[in-house]
Design a protein around this ligand. Structure first.
Ligand code: ADP
Length: 510
């Protein structure tokens, strides 16, 4: 629509420019016609005013002295010329003159037929036309434009009465054109040229400084008028097109519209992306809430079940009682861990998480966390191997937080890699402090998910993950907690194809 509007606007501007230029051109043509008719009328009036008895002398005098007069004649009828006097030897100019207007003087062309004098008023303003009429109406006369060898000449003639001869002058065209020069000083733009061209297309007068290639066509032209038949006023432009400025406007508007579209599209794109992000966020949160509820429900059910069994005093076997109590304890631990995760997550989101920094031996913290999970790991059918350094591993950090991160890793190994039947935990010194390696022999994490498992709420969508409950919080949360404590959490593929998670914690000097 914008393009259509623009092209319509361009066409309108083009038309307006054309109309304006045409107006200027017509005006210039009118000025030329006007100047010509002023000269012609003056001459006709002067011709009329010649006393009949001094005709020959006056005309001969004119021929010699008036720059606008090229030749003079007195014609009494076909073949009967008083002037130029054919009985005397003729000059070259006179011979040429008689030759040019031969058909007029020998009567083969009628004078009236050739006279376009009156029609010439069509391009002459009213005032001048009235002046033209001031030539006494009863006096016959007028101007005849005359083409000879592709050049325009003009003869003005008068016949005072039917009985008197026709006499007149041939106009000196060069002098006439000199009279036109001031008219052609019209104001034209620097990239334009206005040219008065004769019937043969020759440039007679021009205004403007532009150099024009002769092969180029004018962009506009108008006829000058019947007094100068086939002459025209033509307009040239440097690039041969009239509406260059309108095209510039079109280009500029096009650019503006394009910018508008780019802005609209990018803003739209941004909004869409934002909306999409919100949608994903909302979806993740809903999934998260249902995942967490599930995770809470399972240990709670187990705890309630065993507690009821024990409460009814129906279990007499001390071994069983011990096992039930143990299950209740470990399920409560799971609950605690889960609740801790959720609480920490919300604290981190709101920047409210506080750490209890103390100095401790990392070996003890790791050992303690493992201890709480030994039975669960055993029940999952996994063989646990622990390697701790002989030397103390002193750190200054938040002990609970580090244990929480490690418990998340152990929990994941039990949930997702029990099939590998092996779990190796090793604590060792690394360049940045201490590293805790948790290596299982499960299926590992496929390449495509390795980065994303650390995103919040992200869970791999496969059969193993589907079987176990989880909120997608553990890894992302652990990484953020460790980062807050100056450490890291990374995934490395284990050589046996399983998963290897490495926590690092900055160490302190003894
Ligand atoms: P959750 O365990 O609550 O789903 P996590 O952030 O702890 O969330 O883990 C993200 C995902 O990474 C898990 O859903 C699981 O698909 C995958 N994952 C984590 N640990 C392991 C592992 N040891 N072996 C295989 N997959 C794992």
């Amino acid at each position: 629509m914008a393009a259509r509007l623009l092209s319509r606007e361009q066409a309108r501007l083009g038309d307006a420019a054309k109309t304006a230029e045409l107006g200027k051109l017509r005006n210039a043509a009118q000025q030329v016609a006007l100047a010509v008719s002023v000269v012609q009328n003056e001459l006709l009036r002067s011709l009329q005013a010649i006393p009949p008895d001094q005709l020959k002398e006056t005309l001969s005098e004119w021929e010699r002295t008036n720059p606008l007069v090229r030749n003079v004649f007195i014609w009494r009828g076909p073949g009967d010329l008083l002037l130029p006097d054919t009985s005397l030897p003729l000059t070259r100019e006179e011979r040429g003159f008689l030759n040019r207007y031969g058909t007029l003087f020998d009567g083969s062309r009628t004078w009236i037929e050739a006279n376009n004098g009156k029609e010439s008023s069509s391009y002459v303003p009213q005032k001048l036309y009235e002046r033209a009429q001031s030539v006494q109406p009863e006096v016959n006369g007028g101007w005849i434009p005359w083409y000879w060898e592709n050049r325009l000449g003009m003869i003005g003639w008068v016949q005072l009465s039917d009985a008197s001869p026709r006499y007149g002058v041939e106009l000196e065209m060069v002098a006439l054109l000199a009279e036109l020069q001031p008219v052609m000083s019209a104001d034209v733009q620097s990239d334009r040229l206005m040219v008065l061209k004769d019937g043969a297309g020759r440039s007679i007068l021009q205004t403007g400084r532009l150099e024009i290639d002769p092969a180029i066509q004018p962009v506009l032209s108008v006829p000058v008028g019947p007094m100068l038949p086939h002459w025209e006023m033509a307009l040239y432009t440097a690039d041969g097109v009239l509406v260059g400025s309108a095209q510039g406007y079109f280009f500029l508007s096009g650019v503006l519209v394009a910018i508008l579209f780019v802005v609209l599209f990018s803003a739209g794109g941004l909004l869409l992306r934002e909306a999409h992000r919100h949608h994903i966020d909302a979806q993740q949160k809903t999934t998260f809430v249902s995942n967490v509820s599930h995770e809470l429900k399972t240990p709670l059910t187990t705890i309630r079940m065993y507690a009821e069994l024990l409460g009814e005093d129906r279990v007499t076997d001390p071994e069983k009682t011990k096992r039930y109590l143990h299950t209740i304890a470990s399920e409560s631990q799971r609950l605690t861990r889960l609740v801790n995760n959720v609480l920490d997550f919300s604290r981190l989101e709101q920047n409210r998480k506080k750490y209890q920094i103390s100095r401790f031996d990392l070996r003890d913290a790791v050992e303690e966390a493992l201890q709480s999970q030994r039975i669960r790991i055993g029940e999952a059918g996994m063989e646990l191997t622990v390697v701790l350094p002989d030397d103390p591993a002193p750190v200054e950090s938040d002990r609970d937080t580090i244990q929480q991160a490690l418990l998340n890793l152990l929990d994941n190994a039990v949930k997702y890699a029990a099939s590998g039947k092996k779990l190796d935990v090793e604590l060792k010194a690394v360049p940045s402090g201490y590293g805790v390696y948790v290596v299982d022999a499960g299926q590992g994490i496929p390449e495509a998910h390795r980065r994303r498992i650390f995103e919040r709420f992200y869970r791999i969508d496969d059969s193993i993950t589907a079987k176990s409950q989880g909120s997608g919080l553990g890894l992302g949360l652990s990484r953020r907690l460790l980062a807050d404590l100056g450490g890291t959490l990374e995934y490395l593929p284990a050589s046996n194809g399983g998963a290897c998670f490495v926590m690092t914690i900055p160490g302190v000097d003894d």
